[in-house]
Design a protein around this ligand. Structure first.
Ligand code: ADP
Ligand code: MG
Length: 401
């Protein structure tokens, strides 16, 4: 017999307006028991507002919220049993670590002995037992955030909401704290929602990722779905780096200059001549020093720069779909053509060392095609890499190369 378990949180068709500005526009999702959801989106996209609606700090104009199958629309924040962890640690500066953690229990009139037991256990859990008598100002950022988490856990919430809770921490602390929280959530079978604009954080913390733009969910799914099958340019470039080239659809193929790539998606149906975007990840480009075989080749290009980013090598390779390989050579200098971002793991970089100026052939392990609804000049090309300022190179065949 199938047992259906209510999701920890169900949000249905949530709307919120401030003045004339509609900030949340029809948000719906479920968080199953023990799962995490990451809301990923740029600043101002409505992430914090959604968390505040769920916590009961703000009231929605429309839509409904259920916790464990119970509608909570009329429950005040304190009765929703949700832990909220803010970006600024929001600890009480005049209270010790211990008093901060105990605060939520005190105002809930929990007996002193039970408060002592809970506080002791939480101090151990966050590894701050020996700092129990310190004040927040005597702690590092990471330690303060641990106290904030312990304080939120003190009254036994089943759902934790983290609003950019790691963004003020240095990179190493952020990564460590993230891992600790992940194992804490698993251990206690707690559900959580994380709000972030950091893609790495989203991929690491989310069982589901919802990419938010302008108060709406552009795409929701598990990290691999959203990363490997982005449904829009915004999703592709906001979650990870993507190379983006604009071409045309001809008879089931992406066409740009001399390049032809078959559509990887059977379901994609477009009109001949329609503008279409080719999207591929830096790690999906295979470089070789000899011409690669069809069908997924992109011809050859010139290595412009090589750098190491942690365990990966990142290269910028200039390609020119409008020119034969010979012409690219003649272009002397590395400004000609389109810059593509390519990453390779260290072992691959060691197997085939490449330095600036090297000629390479490119093939794609994976790519997506997306319709491009704004019509452009046939040869106009754009390329976007996120993580850096948004770079758009646009040129017309024969001009500027
Ligand atoms: P995010 O967390 O994604 O950066 P927010 O939810 O904080 O976005 O804000 C979304 C939009 O709503 C912003 O334009 C912000 O100025 C506006 N906003 C948020 N809270 C209020 C409020 N209490 N009153 C008026 N406008 C608000
Ligand atoms: Mg915010």
């Amino acid at each position: 017999m199938a047992i259906t378990v209510d999701p920890v949180l169900r949000v249905q068709d949530l709307y919120k307006q401030f003045g004339d500005e509609e900030v949340v526009k029809g948000i719906s999702f479920d968080i199953p028991e023990g799962d995490t959801l990451v809301l990923l989106g740029p600043s101002g996209s409505g992430k914090s507002t959604i968390l505040r609606l769920i916590a009961g700090i703000e009231q929605p104009d429309r839509g409904r919220i259920w916790l464990h199958g119970r509608p909570v629309d009329h429950l005040p924040a304190r009765q929703r049993n949700i832990g909220f962890i803010f970006q600024s640690y929001a600890l009480f500066p005049q209270m010790t670590v211990e008093q901060n953690i105990a605060f939520g229990l005190k105002i809930r009139k929990v007996p002193a002995s039970a408060i002592r037991a809970a506080t002791g256990r939480l101090l151990g859990l966050i590894g701050l037992a020996e700092h129990r008598h310190k004040h927040p100002s005597q702690l590092s950022g990471g330690q303060q955030q641990r106290v904030a988490i312990a304080r939120a856990l003190a009254y036994g919430p089943r759902l934790l909401l983290f609003d950019e809770s790691f963004s003020a921490l240095d990179a190493a602390t952020r990564v460590n704290l993230r891992r600790e929280i992940r194992s804490l959530l698993r251990e206690f079978r707690l559900s959580a929602m994380f709000v972030t604009h950091d893609q790495e954080e989203a991929l690491e913390l989310g069982d589901q990722i919802a990419v938010l733009q302008d108060g709406m969910i552009e795409q929701i799914g598990n990290p691999s779905e959203v990363y490997n099958h982005p449904r829009s340019e915004f999703v592709a470039t906001f979650l990870g780096t993507a190379n983006l080239l604009l071409g045309r659809w001809w008879n089931g193929e992406f066409e740009l200059g001399t390049w032809r790539l078959p559509s990887p998606q059977d379901s994609l149906k477009m009109e001949n001549g329609q503008a279409v975007k080719l999207i591929f990840r830096p790690e999906d480009v295979v470089l070789s020093t000899h011409p690669a075989g069809p069908p997924q080749t992109l011809g050859s290009g010139a290595v412009e720069s090589v750098s190491f980013v942690g365990a990966y090598e990142r290269l910028v390779v200039r390609v020119n779909p409008f020119s034969t390989a010979a012409n690219l050579d003649e272009s002397n200098g590395h400004q000609a053509g389109l810059p593509l971002t390519v990453t390779r793991p260290k072992w691959e970089a060691n197997r085939l060392p490449l330095s600036p100026g090297a000629r390479v052939w490119l093939a794609l392990k994976g790519y997506r095609l997306l319709p491009h609804f704004v019509l452009q000049d046939e040869e106009s090309v754009e390329r976007v890499a996120v993580g850096q300022p948004r770079v758009i190179d646009r040129y017309t065949n024969g001009a500027g190369i």
